[in-house]
Design a protein. Structure first.
Length: 156
């Protein structure tokens, strides 16, 4: 979902590159904050709490630096590619805030409080129970509704 939001929020206005390339950039960008799952595992939300990859200010600082280098043409990254990458990162944090996870520390390093729209719930270990929890939770319903809406929008 995050990749779709990233790609189509930016691509219709500034992208003239290939569909596969921009889709790949959007997917990588929307998933890269979860790279810390390799260290902390997928069954807990510890990766959101302990890792710098889930701290928006770290990404903001890095993206501002890369944008600056791109504007000065010091890096070969195009502004369009960087726009999609930035939107992917942002969509990841927004969806983690909307979702039923532990939330995101938007004010870190000033505060360790995690912000989320819906109450954090425990994730069942069995995949079928995770699916049931996802589709019956307001955040899961919102994610599914947004995905269907985006699909209809793209088909027109």
């Amino acid at each position: 979902m995050g990749a779709s939001i990233a790609k189509y929020s930016v691509s219709n206005t500034i992208i003239h590159e290939s569909f596969m390339y921009t889709t790949a950039i959007a997917i990588v960008a929307s998933l890269i904050p979860d790279i810390d799952i390799l260290k902390y595992g997928i069954t807990t939300n510890q990766h959101r709490i302990l890792s710098i990859f889930h701290k928006p200010i770290i990404w903001l600082a890095a993206l501002i630096l890369i944008w600056f280098l791109t504007i000065l043409r010091i890096t070969p990254i195009s502004q369009a590619t960087l726009g999609i990458f930035s939107a992917g990162i942002l969509s990841h944090f927004i969806l983690d805030t909307i979702g039923f996870s532990a939330g995101i520390s938007w004010l870190w390093p000033w505060s360790n409080k995690n912000y989320n729209l819906f109450r954090s719930i425990l994730r069942p270990k069995k995949i079928i129970n995770r699916i049931k929890t996802y589709v019956t939770h307001p955040a899961g319903f919102l994610d599914i509704a947004l995905s269907i809406g985006l699909a209809f929008y793209l088909l027109h």
